[in-house]
Ligand binder design. Structure first.
Ligand code: 6R9
Length: 600
């Protein structure tokens, strides 16, 4: 019996939503033979059960461009080995296995083996330094970590004495004379059995731990359970339009929630082929992968699209003319606002629609998106996924949701700003912040999960991103979303990227200040500064346009590609920089190894 997602003729948005129920969608999952749900089983075992073990699961591209295709059967074997190794080492069910690995095959074997064995996966960014690594491993009670020798020596060994829970360090490349107190991943896995039967897993068992940084203080450990896989699977069908035979490429870093939900889990549950690029971002390399691998659906981030935009050749030729992108149906984007400029560029330069998708570490899966079959409204995030109820909640003076007598007010009128909220209860909703029950509680009001994002909803039900609740600028009585100002600036030919903040001002409360990264062919000048301000005033009106423009060589980004406006503000005001552990290395954008989402 073939239980793979049977590609529906993409239903129109309204009928898909009207007939949707999470309970009914459960039949999309294979489910464990004895009942229960396990993410690893859905990603791997089900395909063997259905006789599809020989299908290509992963196409791994090494840095030197060499290619290795791994079938679902092989992935089952190698993840089985990992599952046995964890059991043999005495890592208990529910205990945490950290990965400090780039996107490479061993990561897939480890993540899937850990999930199939009912142990908890916690991925870290390889670019973290020893401090953020130690902090997260401490908070998460890391029992084992799988990493490379180099990363171990630089990032784990210096802090190991602070990690009493950490029993096992598995090195995928131990080499000669490996450091003491480490184990050889190749030796252990080679000696282990290549068949493993997934044990009983309750849908509510902890599966994944994702650290996400708050604006200040310690990172938050968002806890996700096995039944989240239902949301991964269903959203990948509706928002990413995955079908049998697709070649899917998600460029997100494996340390970020996107790299897990859509870089590993969702495509495998659909039985499609996932491209795994071990190399760094470089425009030429990426176009080659899209063309040579016949990628059909590409999931990336605005920061990467902007870097491709910047890398446009001077002769004016378009990527779509130089590379065969004919297999690609659309590009999907996540992580930060998708500027209309990037949507227009995608249309012209790639000849493709660019679909936005909105979600958070906490939501575990895509919540709002351009439905695959819908036309794109540039600048809008799209509409809530089937099974997701989203609303704009009225905010009080402090800019946060007003809760009166335990109740909130849903904004009914179109185009009014408020905080985006989701009706609690979708399968991939986080089930807590590790060790912080109160912080978790404070994310909910009146049955709604409060996202901390400000949005508006138009008369047709499309959502428009305004900003993070804590980024919003109030200037002379106007609430100004930095994204809107950044998008307008980016329409100016000289602007590659912009970051906008509010600078306190005795008269206006705050004035809008823009930090602008210019395209290489435009040298900074006072005249250009005046021109940009005038340009923005024409687009946005004097109340919203920046009063000040500063030229910068780099903009600080998080590893998931978000402009760190908080840091721009702190630097501008001479305030402490707070938690900067997720800060991307300050390399000039557009160079190889720069913060593409693959190397974020
Ligand atoms: C998946 C992910 C969540 C925050 C979110 C919002 C921003 C994400 C966006 C977007 C505008 C989009 N964000 N997608 N903003 N348009 N399509 O990014 O998770 O790293 O936890 O970030 O990212 O502010 O609240 P995470």
């Amino acid at each position: 019996m073939n239980m793979l997602w049977v590609a529906p003729v993409m239903p129109d948005y309204d009928s898909a939503r009207a007939t949707f129920s999470w309970r009914r969608e459960r039949s999309r999952l294979a489910g464990l033979p004895g009942g229960g749900v396990n993410i690893g089983y859905e990603a791997v075992d089900r395909h063997l059960r259905d006789g599809h073990g020989d299908r290509p699961a992963l196409r791994c591209i090494a840095r030197d461009g060499s290619l290795r295709t791994v079938s679902y059967a092989r992935l089952a074997e190698d993840s089985s080995r990992v599952a046995h190794v964890l059991e043999t080492l005495g890592v208990g069910r529910g205990e945490r296995v950290f990965t400090l690995l780039g996107r490479r095959y061993e990561l897939y074997a480890t993540v899937l083996g850990t999930l199939r064995a009912g142990r908890v996966v916690c991925p870290l960014f390889t670019a973290f330094g020893p401090e953020p690594v130690a902090l997260r491993m401490e908070l998460g009670n890391a029992r084992a970590v799988v990493t490379t020798r180099e990363l171990y020596e630089r990032k784990v060994a210096p802090v190991r004495s602070r990690l009493p829970h950490l029993r096992h360090v598995l090195l995928i490349d131990p080499g000669d004379d490996p450091p003491s107190d480490t184990l050889s991943f190749p030796a252990l896995t080679a000696a282990a059995s290549d068949t493993y039967t997934v044990g009983q897993t309750d849908p509510a068992d902890l599966a994944l731990l994702h650290f996400t940084s708050g604006t200040t203080g310690t990172p938050k450990g968002a806890m996700h359970v096995h039944e989240a896989v239902l949301a991964h699977h269903v959203t990948a069908a509706y928002a990413l339009d995955l079908h049998e035979g697709d070649v899917f490429w998600c460029t997100a870093d494996p340390g970020w929630v996107t790299g897990m939900s859509y870089g590993i889990i969702a495509p495998l549950t659909h039985g499609v082929t996932t491209v795994v690029d071990e190399g760094d971002f470089a425009p030429g390399r990426w176009y080659d992968i899209l063309a040579d691998q016949h990628v059909t659906v590409w999931y990336t981030a605005p920061t990467a699209l902007r870097m491709l935009m910047r890398a446009a050749p001077r002769d004016g030729s378009l990527p779509a003319e130089r590379h065969d992108l004919s297999s690609l149906r659309f590009v999907a984007s996540v992580g930060e606002p998708l500027n209309p400029e990037a949507v227009h560029w995608g249309r012209e330069a790639l000849g493709l629609p660019v679909h936005d998708t909105w979600w958070q570490t906490e939501t575990g899966a895509i919540m709002i998106a351009n439905f695959a079959a819908d036309p794109v409204r540039p600048g809008s995030m799209g509409r809530p996924m089937p099974g997701v109820e989203a609303a704009v909640l009225a905010c009080g003076e402090d800019g946060r949701v007003a809760v009166v007598g335990g109740h909130v007010r849903v904004v009914g009128e179109p185009d009014v700003q408020g905080e985006l909220a989701l009706r609690a209860g979708w399968p991939s909703m986080f089930r807590g912040y590790l060790h912080e029950p109160q912080r978790y509680e404070s994310c909910f009001a009146d049955g709604w999960y409060l996202t901390g994002d400000l949005v508006s909803r138009d008369a047709d039900g499309w959502f428009w991103f305004v900003g993070r609740a804590d980024d919003v600028i109030k200037s002379a009585g106007h609430l100004i979303g930095p994204f809107e100002v950044e998008s307008a600036l980016m329409e100016h030919p000289a602007v590659a990227e912009a970051g906008v903040i509010g600078r306190p001002d005795p008269l206006a409360g705050a004035i809008v200040k823009a930090f602008v990264l210019l395209r290489p062919e435009y040298p900074p000048s006072a005249e250009l500064r005046r021109d940009l301000i005038a340009f923005a005033r024409r687009r946005l009106g004097p109340a919203v346009a920046p009063r000040e423009v500063g030229f910068v060589d780099t903009l600080p980004h998080t590893r998931s590609g978000k402009v760190m406006r908080r840091l721009l503000r702190a630097r501008e005001l001479g305030l402490p920089e707070g938690d900067v552990s997720t800060l991307e290395a300050p390399e000039p954008a557009g160079t190889a190894g720069a913060p593409g989402p693959s190397g974020k």
